[in-house]
Design a protein around this ligand. Structure first.
Ligand SMILES: [Fe+2]
Length: 197
């Protein structure tokens, strides 16, 4: 497969990822309790719509259609965000979970654009590089803004009294599956990890 074909696959992944975020960010904005965080999610939603349009321009330059690949990675990251939204934590602790989820989505995108830009540079696709760089710059800035906004939230969360119910046992079917899988992850890796010590 030629490098350009690999790049197009990666770009279709990014296009799907951005479109998925257009639907996910309003949920984070609605869920966020902190006003600054809520506004950041709303602002980044508008940016994300612009990023979708920029990616369409990229595909125009390449003479290809933008669809064709669903991004499973972003689907998973967004699902983790949905889990954070379902947590029955209070106030700042709840928002702290959203911060973790939001930063994961941004860094997933940063990784994707970084790889695409490196490929487009190699292919000397200057117009494509420029468009992708504009998206990357927005993702980096968004991650920084979320990290800054997180500081007072984390401080407040740290001052919240501990919940009465300290029972960590998984309750819902989803939590039970997640618990079982995490133990399987550990078990499968354990022999390899042991060798390292
Ligand atoms: Fe984005």
């Amino acid at each position: 497969m030629a490098l350009q074909d690999v790049l197009i696959d990666e770009l279709r992944d990014m296009y799907s990822a951005e479109n998925q975020l257009v639907k996910a960010l309003p949920k984070l904005a609605k869920g966020a309790k902190d006003a600054t965080l809520k506004q950041l999610f709303k602002d980044h939603l508008e940016e994300t719509k612009g990023q979708v349009l920029r990616l369409r321009e990229v595909f125009e330059h390449l003479g290809k259609k933008p669809t064709g690949q669903h991004c499973n990675g972003m689907e998973g990251v967004i699902e983790e965000g949905a889990d954070a939204l379902e947590k029955d934590e209070e106030g700042a602790s709840f928002d702290a979970g959203l911060v973790g989820a939001a930063l994961r989505t941004e860094h997933y995108e940063i990784a994707g654009y970084t790889a695409c830009i490196a490929m487009a540079e190699q292919l000397e696709l200057d117009d494509v590089v420029e468009l992708l760089q504009a998206n990357l710059d927005e993702e980096v800035a968004a991650a920084e803004k979320i990290t800054d906004a997180a500081q007072p939230i984390l401080e407040a969360a740290n001052e919240q009294p501990e919940e009465e119910d300290e029972d960590e046992a998984p309750k819902t079917a989803k939590e039970k599956t997640s618990d079982r899988k995490s133990k399987a992850d550990e078990k499968k890796a354990s022999a390899d990890v042991k060798k390292k010590r």
